[in-house]
Design a protein around this ligand. Structure first.
Ligand code: NAP
Length: 250
């Protein structure tokens, strides 16, 4: 296992692509030692090598995988930051045609996954004396839209779990920040539409969406504030987007 440096450790879940990969890069540039977790090991290893971080296998839907991951993180040193980012969406079925498999996937990865990883590392973050939990929810954690019930329900639940920490950790040396992005061009839509690239491309057609680096810069910003400053929530959207459903398409 890679021997960590003196740099503070930050865990980024779902760091094999999109927002997670960009966040690991941005935090490495800010002097953190990122520990990258996800299922696709080849991609993780490549990014970790590029930025001088550590890649570790992680499936947030599997309790045993989360336990092993947390134990390996502990071997590297004291974790000071956690970015709960792993997750995503599956499908756009209306409630009348709700797909239980899609719902389960979204709840397991976004909600239970965030609970498992947070629970596993929270004691360490408290013991570090200056911890920070950042959770990437979504504007889907704040509003609902037609065809989005499985995802908006999961993201609302993830947001509720995350916001509960703010009160439960009051008095502990741990900051808690929710970042709720609108449309970001990543592999998100490709995963949502089961690999259908044409359908995924339509999501971003005629608009200028956010890119992963926009969200990563926001994470780096909140994590680089002085320890007494807790930024509770940041909502960021493309200028071309008003709500989950309303876009300015050219
Ligand atoms: P992405 O490119 O598809 O990245 C998703 C990441 O999550 C991947 O690294 C994936 O890695 C990881 N992941 C999925 N299931 C996992 C599991 N069971 N265990 C561990 N890792 C898992 O999409 P993204 O846009 O960057 O999404 C990142 C987060 O931002 C998600 O929580 C998403 O809901 C949220 N978000 C996205 C948007 C958007 O428009 N893109 C907007 C608001 C919020 P592996 O497949 O290698 O495991």
């Amino acid at each position: 296992m890679t021997t960590p440096t003196e740099k503070p450790l930050v865990v980024v879940t779902g760091a094999s692509s999109g927002i997670g990969a960009a966040t690991a890069r941005a935090l490495a540039a800010d002097g953190w030692h990122p520990v990258l977790g996800a299922r696709r090991q080849d991609r993780l290893a490549e990014i970790a090598e590029e930025i001088g971080g550590t890649a570790l296998a992680l499936d947030v839907t599997d309790a045993a995988s989360v336990e092993t991951f947390a134990a390996q993180v502990r071997e590297l040193g004291t974790v000071r930051g956690l970015v709960n980012n792993a997750g995503g969406a599956k499908g756009t079925e209306k409630v009348i045609e709700g797909d239980e498999e899609h719902w389960r996937w979204m709840w397991e990865s976004n909600v239970l996954g965030t609970m498992r990883v947070t629970k596993a590392l929270l004691g360490d973050l408290i013991a570090s004396g200056d911890g920070h939990v950042v959770t990437i929810t979504s504007i889907a954690a704040l509003e609902v839209y037609d065809g989005g019930s499985g995802y908006t329900a999961a993201k609302h639940a993830e947001g509720a779990l995350h916001r509960t920490l703010r009160g439960e950790l009051l008095g502990e040396p741990v900051r808690v920040t929710e970042i709720a992005p609108g449309a970001v061009e990543t592999e998100f839509a490709l995963v949502r539409f089961d690999g259908d690239q044409e359908r995924a491309d339509k999501v971003y057609q005629g608009i200028t969406p956010l890119v992963a680096e926009d969200v990563a810069a926001t994470v780096a910003f909140v994590m680089s504030r002085p320890s007494h400053v807790n930024i509770d929530t940041i909502v960021l959207k493309p200028r071309d987007q008003a709500t989950g459903m309303r876009f300015n398409r050219r």
